[in-house]
Every structure is written in C-alpha cells, then in structure tokens.
Design a protein around this ligand. Structure first.
Ligand code: PAF
Length: 301
C-alpha cells in the first residue's frame, strides 16, 4: 500500500474518484478523502462517520453496523487515527495497539468501503497550535484526571468532521463524557452533523470492550469486571434514591482491593448535577495494575 495514494484493496470499478462500491478504499490524506465524500453527498448519498483510533473490536463493529442502518443511502466511513493530541505526558501513546492489517480486515468484514487512515503529519502539518476548548465539563471526571484530553479529542473530531463532512457520526457510550462533549460541541458550534451514541458492548462477564483491555494481566482481567458489577449493583437499587445507588456501587468496588477508584459519580444524563429522580448516569474510573478502566450505565431514579 503506498502512502498518500488512494488504494483499492479488492477488485471493483472506481467511481467518484476514489470510491468503489463493493471494495475497500483507503485514503491517506484529507486532500484525497474530502472530494470523495463530497462527491458522494452530491450524488445523494449520506456519509456516516465512525471515528476510531484503530485496534477495532466488537464495539467498533457495532458502531459500523449502526452507521450502516442510518437513514438514507448511507456510505459508512471509518477513520483510523491514533491522535497524539489527546494523550497526556506519560500516557500510552507509544504503546497504543496499532494492528493495521487486522483493522482493515475488520472493515472488509463489515463491508466498509471507505477508510480514512491519515498520518500525524497529514492531520497536523503545522503542529496543533489552534485547538478546540471543551469548556468547564472538559475539566471534570476524565478531564480532571487527564488534563487536556478533551481538547485533543474535540480538535481531532472537528478536523474529521470538516474533512469527511459526515451527515452522521457514531460514538460509543463507553466513553460517555466524550459522547456528551462531542454532542455539546456540535450544538454550540453549529456543526451540520447528527451525533449518535451507541450502547456499550461487553464481554460475557460484563467488562466493557476497550482497545486498552489488552493491557490487563491474566490475573487482573477477571478483576476488571468488578467495575460493571458495581455499576449494576448501584442501578439495581435505583428506586431507593441516589445515595443508595452510590453506596451499593461503592460497596461492590470495595470487594476488589486491587482496584484504585479514581471517581464514582452519579450525574444527570448530560453529566450535570446529581438528580434526585428521573434519568441519571452512574460513572466510574479506576486503576487496576497499570491499566485505567472506565465504565458507566444509565440509571432510572
Ligand atoms: O474514542 C476514540 O477512539 C477517540 O477518542 C476518537 C473519537 C476517535 C478521537 O480520536
């Protein structure tokens, strides 16, 4: 595969200058993919973007399936880019898994026809001096533990939205604060895109799928499911009010001494103050060995 050249990975006639129905085409630069998605839109197709950092798992596949089911004559586009801007000093940028061939195979299996696979120089040719600021919500929860993380996320998502010009964009509820911040940015800054959240996909023991689960040691892997058990314990007593939810979740987390809990919070569905009744969200983050885990569930108080 050559750099900066659109590459068709299976047979099939090229149309629209870089889109071949029935085959996977990989575009490596903004200048390559932007005219392709715009030509498709002019031809009446809808573009459904699934932004990823690769290391695709069943959760990403579920995003792609939702993208395919969006209304209209949809063309799903998967972007794969490990965005350095959203990693803090000492985080896992260098060791983040990058199984490119397996990712492209997953895209083929999900019948994706367009993949956007830029390099860092393609996305940030002049560095990243201009960024998008998330506002106060970006400094809470994940943002308090990972300063600057959401500015990095919103900056790259903004660029992806401008480059790919999607009608729809799909994000997992696993990264719930990211989903809420992207929705807020789209509202606040008038992006012409519908942001769709997709429920978390879980392992049989309840562990939320994440590309970072590969970091878990064999001993820690079963312990990691404690997070989901704690959230479920909280949700199970939701009729007894917010304090009971938090107490039950905290008690379940305490059963696993190896977990270092960073936060456990009950918020409204937009991550605002804890409600006394109605819809709420229970969120947790913890460290287990060298791995950070996050999870969340909806709760009806
Ligand atoms: O959720 C992710 O994988 C990333 O944060 C995203 C949205 C692709 C931006 O880099």
């Amino acid at each position: 595969m050559t750099r900066s050249t659109a590459t068709s990975l299976r047979g099939g006639a090229r149309t629209d200058g870089g889109y071949a129905a029935g085959s996977l085409t990989v575009h490596r630069s903004p200048a390559e993919i932007a005219p392709v998605t715009r030509a498709l839109r002019s031809a009446g197709r809808k573009i459904a973007l699934v932004p990823t950092m690769g290391a695709l798992h069943e959760g990403h596949r579920e995003l792609i399936r939702h993208a395919r089911r969006a209304p209209g004559a949809v063309v799903p586009v998967v972007s794969i880019f490990v965005n350095p801007l959203q990693f803090g000093a000492g985080e896992d940028l260098a060791r983040y898994p990058r199984p490119l061939e397996a990712d492209l195979e997953a895209c083929r299996e999900e019948r994706v026809e367009l993949v956007f696979l830029p390099g860092v120089g393609d996305m940030y040719p002049d560095g990243a001096d201009t960024t998008v600021t998330p506002g106060a919500l970006g400094d809470r929860l994940e943002g308090a533990v990972r300063p600057g993380h959401f500015a990095g996320v919103l900056t790259v998502v903004t660029k992806l939205f401008h480059i790919v010009a999607p009608d729809f964009a799909f994000f997992g509820e696993k990264d719930y604060q990211q989903l809420i911040l992207v929705k807020k940015m789209v509202r606040d800054l008038d992006f012409p895109v519908s942001v769709v959240g997709v429920p978390t996909v879980r392992e049989p023991d309840g562990l939320a799928l994440s590309s970072r689960n590969v970091y878990l040691s064999p001993e820690d892997r079963p312990r990691a499911a404690t997070l989901q058990r704690a959230l479920a314990a909280g949700a199970a007593v939701s009729a007894r009010g917010p304090q009971a939810v938090l107490d039950a979740a905290r008690e379940a987390l305490a059963t696993e001494p190896a977990l270092q809990v960073e936060y456990l919070e009950l918020t409204d569905p937009d991550l605002g103050p804890e409600p006394q009744q109605g819809r709420a969200r229970l969120l947790v983050a913890a460290r287990l060995g060298g791995t950070r885990l996050i999870d969340n569930v909806p709760v009806q108080l």
